[in-house]
Design a protein around this ligand. Sequence first.
Ligand code: UN1
Length: 512
Amino acid sequence: MSLPTQQQILETTKKALAACGADFDQLTSASSGGAGSLTLRSPINGAELGQVPADDEAAMGRKLDAAREAFKQWRDVPAPVRGKVVQRWGQLLEEHKSDLGELVTIEAGKIPSEAAGEVQEMIDICELALGQSRQLFGKTLPSERPGHRLMETWHPLGVVGIITAFNFPVAVFAWNTALALIAGDTVVWKPSETSSLSAIGAEALLRRAAKDCGAPENLSQVLLGDRDLGAAMVADKRVDLVSATGSVAMGRKVGPVVAERFGRVLLELGGNNAAIVAPSADLDLALRGVVFAAAGTAGQRCTTLRRLIVHSSVADDLVDRVAKAYGTLAIGSPTDDGTLVGPLINKASFDAMQNALRAAEEQGGTIVCGGKRVLTDEADDAYYVEPAVVRMPSQTQIVEDETFAPILYVMEYDDFDAAVELNNAVPQGLSSAVFTSELAEAERFLAYSDTGIANVNIGTSGAEIGGAFGGNKETGWGRESGTDSWQAYMRQATNTINYSGELPLAQGVEFI
Ligand code: UN1
């Protein structure tokens, strides 16, 4: 395994960005105008690729004003016509799937198949949104008064402020943006500081789609900056809906600030996802499901499998097989053919993983395999790590925390209902799974697992955009994509229309 040279990374970046419609040299040579700049780097080798100017609060204000202006035009465009822009964006994403995928590989360290899968999620949501642009259903209701009609109707909301995390640098933008656009909203997007180029690439394709369709400029704008700039956007009244993806700690800050100004919020926060493996499970299938969900994306999905709750009669066998499978996973540069586990995003992530492993041992755990840093000679500031499996005597405090790295904690159970309780006994509630051949167990699990996503005989990650995506409890209760989430991007009104020529009051009230 060898890492690509800095020159190779830079060349790929420039080519991919140019294909999406943005110029790397122009971006990185622009003056920062006093707002500072963001460092571009790839977790593949950790070396700096360049700097891009950041936006300051004044620039943010100008972008929010421009978004409000664009909203006034956009809301008057019929929804099915708005859908055409999203359709065009989907076509361009299809055309540039590998270009945008390369930027995702470079900035998030994803292997090409997962990076392409991420762009595919964008294409999928564009298709869903196009269909939904003709289906923003309201309801017509019988009025209690003669000669009256009641309707519940949906209207464009305004400006949506999107905050996304490093691990899905483009897909989460698309989930929000495709629905926001058909809803008649405009968006301002603050990507993770680690994903500026993927963001610029994804947004350049959307700008091109808007232009091709003759839609107003500034339907979507990117805001580059640090967390303070994100905090300023969250607090700004010009943002009607804040849709934020990130840690529980971040959500705890965002939620109250938006609530205080009576804005709307959609939060997609941490997960701590479990899979129960019952004695009747097909262990070959469970093994594959577990390994992809726990070690795929180097454990850096919010849907990553972090807890394995396995029946004591099959625990030794399954743990043994998982450890063996882990031993065969190629760890290294995502640009190498055959790599399945790429780098962690940065040193902080690696440190968090080491601390968690230490805490797990202190709390009675035994590391079965993994946890070591590899490829240290190749690059000082890149963090490649062996995915770890840790057997725990019980669900201790460290298991209740989400560590955003590939650690799979294994616990045993004897009673199925107690296993489901263990699944629920964490603060987060994003995803969960059961592997079983018993119908009653599968149904009991679906009835009682308290997560927003609950699966039978597949892992916890890799959800399709057709279903609502999101979680409960500390995950934030928000929902993106799926059948009904468009409503989050619209305001609802109830309309009463009187064609009776009289003025009867509701509830039989008499007045003048
Ligand atoms: C995330 O990790 O933030 O279900 C999103 C999945 C992907 C989305 C993950 N479709 O794993």
